[in-house]
Write a protein that binds this ligand. Structure first.
Ligand SMILES: [Zn+2]
Length: 270
């Protein structure tokens, strides 16, 4: 299923044709200006669908070719384009992409280990699970790991992730009961729009890319990709910020994926 932003991109492609550039992490598209491009495919019309604004770098001032995305779609799209956009667009051009992420909260009944008596049976189950995986008290502390004893996430270890401003941007909710039907119950928030453990990454130092949050706990300055694929946000951020070496450490069955990632990073970084 397409998310809101993907639908907006599709609408824009239908109106203005294929974009010249697309920075997904910034929500930024370069398209051909319907007024001044004259078939030269220069991509001067910059559209930001996170901020819901557009601006033509060539004729923005002379032709008043700038403003809100709603205005642009109303003028150049069909009625149905505008109708679809209006449903998705936020009131007053807020960045709904960011709003969505900021609303994320830790599950109800989340508890840190040091907030609960060590003889509490549920805490002991959770703690034993972590100890069996080799996770120490220092790691629990450093990563703010907790657990839920009640509610929708009862029986789960919670590993929270914070962004560079120390705002919660995602969490992993792993069941410690082996009989549990679903191992994970992670939030609906789009995991490819965040960098897990971002608040803990030192971009000046060497970085290791791993698959899961549990892998990351054992490897200093590592980033879990929450899968075998790298999001375009992570790719862009590494490209912009990473100063040291980048090591790829995927699970043994993912050699092909590792190679692919290696090529993507290496070709861009040199
Ligand atoms: Zn123009």
């Amino acid at each position: 299923m397409l998310d809101d932003n993907e639908i907006i991109v599709e609408i824009l492609q239908e109106i203005f044709g294929e974009e010249k550039r697309h920075y997904e992490s910034k929500g930024q598209l370069s398209m051909d200006c319907p007024i001044c491009d004259e078939g030269k495919h220069k991509g001067n019309l910059e559209i930001n669908y996170f901020q819901h604004l557009y601006h033509c770098w060539s004729c923005g001032d002379t032709n008043n070719m700038h403003g809100t995305l709603g205005k642009l779609i109303k003028k150049y799209g069909t009625k149905s384009h505008y109708k679809t956009y209006s449903v998705l667009a936020p009131e007053g051009n807020q960045t709904f992409h960011k709003k969505k992420i900021n609303k994320l909260k830790l599950p109800e009944h989340f508890k840190k280990f040091n907030e609960v008596s060590s003889i509490y049976p549920v805490r002991r189950q959770a703690y034993n699970y972590l100890t069996n995986r080799g996770i120490t008290d220092e790691m629990i502390d450093r990563y703010g790991i907790g657990f839920c004893d009640n509610g929708s996430h009862a029986g789960r270890i919670i590993i929270p992730s914070y962004d560079e401003n120390n705002k919660l941007n995602y969490y992993i909710a792993r069941s410690w009961d082996l009989r549990s039907k679903s191992k994970y119950k992670n939030p609906e928030a789009e995991k490819d729009k965040i960098i897990f453990f971002e608040s803990l990454i030192d971009w000046e130092k060497d970085i290791t890319l791993v698959e899961g949050a549990f892998d990351s706990i054992f490897i200093p300055n590592s980033i879990p990709m929450l899968g075998k694929h790298m999001s375009s946000l992570l790719f862009d951020t590494l490209y912009e910020k990473a100063k040291g070496f980048i090591t790829i450490a995927l699970d043994g069955d993912a050699w092909e994926n590792s190679l692919k990632l290696y090529h993507e990073i290496f070709l861009c970084k040199r």
